[in-house]
Design a protein. Structure first.
Length: 167
């Protein structure tokens, strides 16, 4: 029934909640799991030139280094992008390792997450998308938007969602 399952992850607890379900389905159907991480573009977030990267936290901060109490180093936008992509690659490889003997493929894409997920589905003959949700409701969901909700509404293939529980 399912030959290729897409497991988009951002490393969050919401995404982790879906991992066991994905593993079970892949084992049941002998499917390949595609582990995908999407890096959003940096430019819309105001990272135009040099940025301050705080060595203690890895946070991107004020390009003028005016954030009190933090030790940082100046990096070019391309260096920050390379660091983010390196982190993303490491994350998908770590997640793929959690699938054990199940065949996996890893990918990192750049762009709006819901669009990158849907584009990946189309170009890789994905049969099912299995993804976690943070379980936001009401105003939080409206203001923050929901990648999962957009994928569910716009996908041409079935989408299984697993809600993160705080319990």
């Amino acid at each position: 029934m399912y030959e290729h399952i897409l497991y988009p992850t951002d490393g969050s607890t919401g995404a982790e909640a879906a991992l066991a379900h994905c593993r079970t389905l892949a084992e049941t159907y002998g499917a390949t799991v595609h582990v995908l991480y999407v890096v959003e573009r940096l430019e819309p977030h105001g990272l135009g030139g040099d940025v301050e990267v705080h060595s203690r936290s890895g946070m991107v901060g004020d390009p003028k280094g005016e954030e009190a109490g933090m030790v940082g180093s100046r990096k070019k936008r391309d260096e920050v992008r390379a660091d983010i992509e390196e982190h993303a690659t490491s994350l998908v490889e770590d997640v793929a390792g959690q699938f054990g003997d199940i065949q996996t493929k890893t990918a990192v894409r750049t762009g709006p997450p819901y669009k990158a997920i849907l584009d990946y589905v189309e170009s890789h003959a994905i049969d099912l998308i299995l993804m976690g949700t943070h379980g936001r409701t009401g105003l939080d969901r409206y203001l923050l938007g929901s990648v999962t909700e957009k994928v569910v509404r716009m996908s041409d293939v079935p989408v299984m969602t697993v809600r993160h529980s705080d319990a």
